[in-house]
Design a protein around this ligand. Structure first.
Ligand SMILES: *Cc1c(COP(=O)(O)O)cnc(C)c1O
Length: 479
């Protein structure tokens, strides 16, 4: 008779899986080492997409054969953001220590919703480092989340309960007309956060920007006055440290003053820009961020931690706790045993079960040092300045926005034809060529080629290759 318990997923003989595991690590190191020689991106061929679509696999396959599928179907057709010439959107490049940390975290399979264990101490340490980076007082609270989109949502929710009191959790906002303010250049996740919080996107005033992409304080003042006169209740001012289109940084000190004077919660979306605080050269651009009530940012962009790793830090931990504190009987806290540990991460955000994201952040910062991350931010800004100078020298290129940090917006100019169409085609051609991957945006009403240099691997030669490819593609298409 067999005993019940034969269904464990651990292998009877570990040696084969161990060998495969070692091979996976070797293969992935090879991949990282030879990235630069391959295409930035290539589309996944349709036959392979079809091959991936299978009914629920009822029966087992060998790990070797499934790994072979990964290598053939998945790995060659990934996003491309590891590559030094991936310059689209705002994507971090990841790093090899972070990759290994993911393996270790997966091995431990820790649940960081709560309870008393070392992985949670690691996350508390990471949050304390984030607070230190921002110049926040010790005792600030925070949690790691998927990304800044969710971190911004948490910022809105904490601001809401700070204004209305924790009773809003049971009562809802009722007829209260809460209004928030941010710049017209704010990321699209900000209006979405207002939608998801139930306050509504129309309750977010998108204040126009000046020529440098910063929120206009005079118009902010007028909007506040008009809303108060109309009986609405301003509760939240959102500054942006590094706008998604051009990398502009609002005058955060001035916004902090407005928030203090008007009794508003001051939240900063510093998705990538907040990491500039790690650079002595760039840090001063963020002056005033240390006066924010909450800051949302990503470790997975400029800080080079592998996806995903967003972060929200709240100056006054009591405000975060009263927004999310969990009271269910099955989450009861004890003074000893595994259920001890006081405030748990599930008291600080909407997630209960959560993985060990903190480990890759902790290991990345520990191995490279925060100064090195700041130096990478500086390097990407220096490359952006170099690119801007080259664009300004090239008669066939026109720069479309000032360069505050690491983002350059420009376009190819031809004598005739639809320039928006031409520039969109140039970008798509570049993607398909595998040479480089910038993205597009609108700047001053026209379509811009947008180059955001985020990756630690990007070098001067990559900028030259990018520009040469844009010029060659433009000349070929405009001929
Ligand atoms: C990327 C970005 C976001 C969204 O962050 P995710 O990590 O993608 O959720 C928000 N704001 C700004 C300014 C960004 O650049």
């Amino acid at each position: 008779m067999t005993t019940i318990g034969a269904e464990s997923l651990d292998p009877a003989d570990w040696s084969g899986l161990r060998a495969l595991g070692h091979r996976m690590i070797d293969d992935m190191f090879d991949h990282l080492q030879t990235l630069r020689d391959g295409p930035v991106w290539q589309p996944m061929p349709d036959p392979l997409r079809r091959e991936l679509r299978q009914p629920l696999p009822r029966l087992p396959q060998t790990p070797e054969s499934v790994y072979e599928s990964f290598q053939r179907l998945v790995q060659p057709y990934a996003t491309g953001n590891l590559h030094p010439r991936f310059m689209g959107w705002v994507h971090g490049g990841g790093n090899p220590i972070g990759m290994l940390a993911e393996l270790l975290a997966g091995g431990l399979n820790a649940n960081l919703g709560g309870r008393d264990h070392a992985p949670i101490e690691v996350e508390r340490q990471v949050i304390a480092w984030a607070a230190e980076m921002l110049g926040f007082p010790t005792g600030a609270s925070g949690v790691l989340v998927t990304g800044t989109s969710i971190a911004n949502l948490i910022g809105v929710l904490v601001a809401r309960s700070a204004m209305l009191g924790p009773g809003v959790r049971s009562d809802g906002v009722g007829g209260m007309r809460l209004v928030a303010y941010t710049s017209a250049a704010a990321h699209g996740c900000m209006p979405r956060a207002m939608e998801m919080s139930g306050l509504g996107r129309d309750a977010l005033r998108m204040i126009p920007c000046d020529a440098d992409g910063r929120m206009r304080l005079d118009l902010l003042g007028q909007a506040l006055e008009a809303d108060r006169a109309a009986g609405a209740r301003p509760f939240l001012l959102i500054g942006t440290a590094g706008t998604v289109d051009i990398g502009a940084i609002d005058d955060l000190a001035a916004l902090a003053n407005v928030a203090a004077r008007e009794g508003l919660w001051f939240h900063v979306d510093g998705a990538f820009g907040a990491v500039a605080a790690l650079s002595p050269k760039l840090g001063p651009k963020l002056a005033g961020i240390d006066r924010a009530d909450s800051v949302a940012f990503d470790f997975h962009k400029w800080a080079q931690v592998p996806y995903d790793a967003g972060c929200i830090v709240v100056r006054d931990s009591a405000r975060q706790l009263e927004t999310f504190g969990a009271e269910a009987a099955y989450l009861k806290r004890e003074t000893r045993g595994l259920a001890a540990g006081g405030v748990w991460p599930c008291d600080l955000g909407p997630d209960l079960s959560r993985g060990f994201r903190a480990l890759k952040v902790w290991m990345t910062l520990s191995v490279y040092g925060a100064d090195r991350i700041g130096a990478i931010a500086e390097q990407t800004c220096a490359l952006a300045a170099m690119l801007a100078a080259r664009v300004d020298r090239e008669p066939a290129l026109q720069r479309l926005a000032p360069v505050a940090l690491n983002i350059v917006c420009f376009r190819y100019i031809a004598a005739t034809g639809d320039l928006d169409r031409l520039n969109a085609d140039i970008v798509a051609d570049l993607h398909e060529s595998g040479i480089a991957a910038p993205s597009t945006t609108m700047a001053g009403g026209v379509l811009a080629i947008r180059v955001a240099i985020v990756n630690h691997r990007t070098e001067e030669t990559d900028i030259a290759i990018l520009v040469d490819a844009i010029l060659a593609t433009g000349h070929r298409r405009a001929r």
